[in-house]
Design a protein around this ligand. Structure first.
Ligand SMILES: [Cu+2]
Length: 218
């Protein structure tokens, strides 16, 4: 998986067509470079789940329908989301994949849809669900993201919905706080930190990638 993501990123950077959230950790860029990274709405974006926040606008990359080529959406002006996350934590990991969990609460009287997430600790984050496929529990991208009901909540937990760190770029030791930002469909940003924790279990396979990667110990 890491190899294929790296290949996608390299191709993307070479073509100048798009950018990736890994750039959050890149050195400061010139104005010209910055402009070149601005996602183009409708353009293919490589890895679904890639998201960026540029000059007050949030952009995210998703497939319109299952299996379709993921493309950048139009930028949405950002604001502070009324959502909150309680008991947030992430599986401690040095590299590879990891996942974050917690209780996302919506205090408002309208449903709010979480569509993407970013973290400086992973190049791409995806919103995953776990489903039963022919008797095997597998995880896959949640089409449309997580809808948090009005005055309600959604629990992200091992064996269920979670925020997938597709490629950990900075080790997540147990006991440290991991920054993560959730992005909602209306541009709301929920900036949070979640606690790195040792966790073993929920060994679903991952079927969402072209490389057919799997991870254990999620
Ligand atoms: Cu997952």
């Amino acid at each position: 998986m890491s190899k294929s993501i790296r290949a996608v990123i390299s191709a993307a950077v070479l073509s100048g067509a798009l950018a990736v959230s890994a750039l959050a950790t890149a050195p400061a860029a010139s104005a010209a470079q910055h402009a070149a990274w601005t996602p183009k709405p409708g353009k293919a974006c490589g890895t679904s789940g890639t998201a960026r926040i540029i000059q007050g606008k949030a952009y995210w990359c998703v497939s319109a329908t299952e299996g379709a080529t993921p493309r950048w959406g139009k930028g949405v002006s950002t604001s502070t989301s009324p959502l909150t996350i309680a008991d947030g934590w992430a599986k401690a990991a040095d590299s590879g994949m990891s996942a974050a969990f917690g209780m996302i609460k919506n205090p408002t009287d309208r449903p709010i849809r979480v569509v993407a997430a970013i973290s400086p600790d992973s190049t791409v984050l995806q919103l995953h669900e776990v489903v039963d496929k022919d008797g095997t529990m597998v995880m896959q991208q949640k089409t449309g993201g997580f809808v948090i009901p009005a005055k309600g909540m959604v629990e992200l937990k091992p064996g269920g919905s979670h925020i997938m760190f597709m490629k950990v770029t900075k080790p997540i030791p147990a006991g440290t706080m991991v920054p993560i930002t959730l992005i909602t469909a209306d541009g709301g940003l929920l900036k949070a930190t979640v606690l790195g924790k040792v966790f073993n279990g929920a060994n679903e396979s991952y079927t969402g990638g072209s490389s057919g990667s799997s991870m254990s110990g999620m």
